[in-house]
Ligand binder design. Structure first.
Ligand code: PLP
Length: 452
């Protein structure tokens, strides 16, 4: 492909992308395939001779699209959102064109400097304390990581290093391996699996702190565990708080937990992967109170702030790879083209849609809401057995009209309805609910007939 063909194909691809996104709701949101479907559709080996672009593009509809779960369909309500916007996509093209590997300032000064400034913009949008801002000669600031999982791992490794130095400063004879075998980290029993995985990779113990009846960690539970562990000769060194847990979007109490972590010399990391974006709205910012006690903080603009994957920000400078993509470009384009007001409007609209869905569920006595709806996630279930709810979800998934995933809350099988796509509107919510109630009606009728 030379420059002339690139101009032509690039423009065609922009049209393909715009058509795909404009018409996405006509496609079934969830694929109707069995695992392994793709292997039989393409050769087992790479072609020896070059193939034509036309042949490849034909195969996108034949091979790829049938196997795509359409995350940007307005009928996609699973997991948490994957952010997407046209300014971010355009900026990603430019990132690909510049194609620098920004491992140092000299390797591409704009890549390094724009990232620092974008993280300051974000820090100010979230009203983070001054210590998280780089400014012109500050020690704060942070970097863009690929994912929240990487951010958590980085924070745990940094905390581990700090704890070893602290213990050795008091007792120089203690070996690193001896100290590492005594370190203990903590997180909520609602925390994302990536937190436990960080402890496994970091080769330290991790204990799960039980949560209250709002699925949040309170100070007393953590304090009790820390005291028990200290009495057993262990060294508590790290606590990962969650703001916006994956199952139910619960919020750990930072204002209680932060001072405890500080008193106990424990690093407090905040995983706000999904909910962090909402803190650009002043009405949701109080949920972040207590951040001043934290040592590191992460959220994913690629979840809810209209910046396409991958962009997880962490206020703390560490990363595993040497090379860095010019990811800050997409933030720069998005923040400028939406403005803070545009970003706030996006969050508020999606929270309002979640509230609309919550009202529909509450108005139907066959259902119950299972956790407080704070942001864009509604946890609900049919009053009745786990099996009944599993069957309802199975039918929803099979219909491929809307897509949801479940979670477990207090041993109960719960359906999660997350507002995800940028294009989701009120009529999609109404239609989704109509679909759920239709399937419920059929299911309950069958159950009655069979005495389920
Ligand atoms: N933490 C929380 C609270 C999450 O909800 C998720 C994913 O949804 C993650 C971490 C993992 O995110 P990532 O894919 O960016 O590692």
């Amino acid at each position: 492909m030379d420059a002339a063909e690139f101009r032509r194909r690039g423009k065609e691809m922009v049209d393909y992308v715009a058509d795909y996104l404009e018409n996405i709701e006509k496609r079934p949101v969830y694929p109707d395939l069995e695992p392994g479907y793709l292997r039989s559709l393409i050769p087992n080996e790479a072609p020896l001779e070059p193939e034509s672009y036309e042949d490849i593009i034909k195969d996108v509809e034949r091979v790829i699209m049938p196997g795509v779960t359409h995350w940007h369909s307005p009928y996609f309500f699973a997991y948490f959102p994957a952010a997407s916007s046209y300014p971010a996509m355009v900026a990603d093209m430019l990132c690909g064109a510049i194609g620098c590997i920004g491992f140092s300032w000299a390797a591409s000064p704009a890549c390094t400097e724009l990232e620092t400034v974008m993280l300051d913009w974000l820090g100010k949008m979230l009203q983070l304390p001054e210590c998280f801002i780089a400014g012109t000669h500050g020690r704060g600031g942070g970097v863009i990581q690929g994912t929240a999982s990487e951010a958590t791992l980085m924070s745990l490794l940094a905390a581990r290093c700090k704890a070893v130095r602290r213990v050795q400063a008091i007792n120089a004879k203690k070996s690193e391996s001896e100290i590492l075998s005594k370190l203990v980290a903590y997180t909520s029993d609602q925390a994302h699996s990536s937190v436990e995985r960080a402890a496994l990779i970091g080769a330290v113990m991790m204990r799960k702190v039980p949560t209250d009846n709002h699925y949040a960690v309170r100070k007393e539970m953590l304090k009790k565990m820390v005291e028990e562990d200290k009495a057993a000769g262990l060294i508590p060194f790290y606590f990962c708080a969650t703001l916006g847990t994956t199952p139910s979007c619960a919020f750990d109490h930072l204002t209680e937990l932060g001072p405890l972590c500080n008193e106990e010399n424990m690093w407090m990391h905040i995983d706000a992967a999904y909910a962090g974006s909402a803190f650009v709205c002043p009405e949701f910012r109080p949920l972040l109170n207590g951040v001043e006690f934290a040592d590191s903080f992460n959220f994913n603009p690629h979840k809810w702030l209209l910046v396409n994957f991958d962009s997880a920000i962490v206020k703390q400078h560490w990363q595993i790879p040497l090379g860095r993509r010019f990811r800050s470009l997409k933030m720069w384009f998005v923040f400028r083209m939406y403005g803070l007001k545009g970003l706030q409007a996006h969050i508020r609209k999606q929270v309002a849609l979640a509230k609309e869905f919550e009202s529909l569920v509450r108005a139907d006595k066959r259902f119950e809401i299972c956790a407080e709806v704070v942001l864009g996630l509604v946890c609900f279930r049919l009053k009745g057995s786990n099996e009944l709810n599993q069957e309802l979800l199975k039918r929803i998934t099979k219909s491929r009209e809307i897509h949801l995933v479940p979670c477990q809350l207090s041993g109960r099988f719960v359906l999660r309805f997350a507002i995800c796509a940028r294009s989701t509107e009120s009529h999609h919510i109404q239609q989704a609910w109509q679909h759920i109630t239709q399937l419920t009606f059929e299911l309950l009728q069958e159950c009655q007939a069979k005495d389920f």
